[in-house]
Design a protein around this ligand. Structure first.
Ligand SMILES: N[C@@H](CCC(=O)N[C@@H](CS)C(=O)NCC(=O)O)C(=O)O
Length: 285
């Protein structure tokens, strides 16, 4: 860590020879105090720039769900990959939440967009937080490679795919579990985008991985792996995964889409396949 740190360490646990840590910091773009988790793999030299993977979680999660439920640390330790786990929305007493306390809007449901509408726009700038502010902070504080991998689940799969497709030079590879791929055409996405972005559907398309792949996929390519459980009760209801596979087929975009009988939407699905995702990213990191 640098001498003039902006981070407060909240916890540190030794894990598979490395360290699982949690930090707090003041976010300028979100205008609130934020927490994030990091797994540091065991390393022989503090001077080596580590490869890093950003994990974006889904609705209702904090930075701690993946850290405690996915079981990713053993393979990350073996592969020498740092795991960076941000929160899913701004937090704090001054941050607006859904009026009815709904789980799919407001706290825990930032959707990785920059809100343009009241009362959200002062704090809900999650796209800028994940793409710019947090990576700048991480590279100031720790030794990490410039290009990172990015992955996520459900709303976080949407975040990972849209951020990777819009920032192909910044990320080496992207993967997702049960991602929302067409938020402009599913209930979760339409609700969130109406609140955060208003009625301007042009703005919505900037955060829709189907639209982004269709726009840019003929010219640009990033290695992509997507896994979907066939017993996931949100698979059909929220049009997860499939619409992006259809766009990929249509435009000839090379990406792997896999469907797994019996698996649901939970972290039991993620923990069953996370090793394959980490090994996939390790080829490009
Ligand atoms: N049925 C859930 C919907 C939310 C949900 O399934 N969240 C997923 C991501 S979309 C999750 O990872 N939940 C936290 C966990 O399983 O640890 C609820 O009402 O809380």
């Amino acid at each position: 860590m640098s001498n003039t740190t902006e981070l407060a360490e909240l916890s540190a646990n030794k894990c598979f020879g490395g360290w699982q840590k949690r930090y707090s910091h003041k976010s300028k773009v979100l205008d609130c105090e934020m927490q994030f988790s990091i797994f540091f793999p065991p390393t022989t030299s503090p001077d080596i720039k580590l490869p890093a993977l950003y994990w974006l979680s889904g609705l209702t999660c904090t930075d701690e769900n993946f850290a405690t439920k996915a079981g990713a640390q053993r393979i990350a330790a073996e592969l020498g990959i740092m795991l960076i786990m941000p929160d899913t929305s701004p937090r704090g007493d001054n941050v607006p939440d859904a009026a009815d306390g709904a789980y799919d809007l407001g706290l825990g449901a930032g959707f990785y967009v920059n809100a343009t509408q009241e009362p959200w726009k002062d704090h809900y700038q999650m796209y800028d937080y994940i793409v710019d502010e947090l990576p700048s902070l991480i590279s100031k504080e720790f030794r990490v490679k410039d290009k990172a991998a990015i992955a996520g689940h459900s709303m976080g799969g949407h975040g990972a795919l849209t951020i990777a497709l819009s920032n192909i030079k910044r990320f080496c590879s992207v993967s997702a579990f049960a991602p929302i791929v067409n938020p402009t055409d599913c209930q979760w996405g339409q609700k969130a985008f109406t609140h955060y972005l208003g009625d301007d559907k042009n703005l919505w398309a900037d955060y829709d991985s189907c639209a982004l792949m269709r726009q840019q996929g003929q010219f640009l390519h990033i290695p992509m792996l997507v896994d979907q459980g066939l017993d996931d009760n949100f698979f059909h209801a929220q049009k997860l995964t499939k619409p992006l596979e259809e766009v990929a087929k249509e435009i000839g975009y090379k990406a792997e889409f896999r469907y797994h009988p019996g698996y649901d939407h939970s972290y039991f699905f993620i923990s069953s396949l996370i090793e394959e995702h980490l090994r996939f990213h390790a080829k490009y990191l």
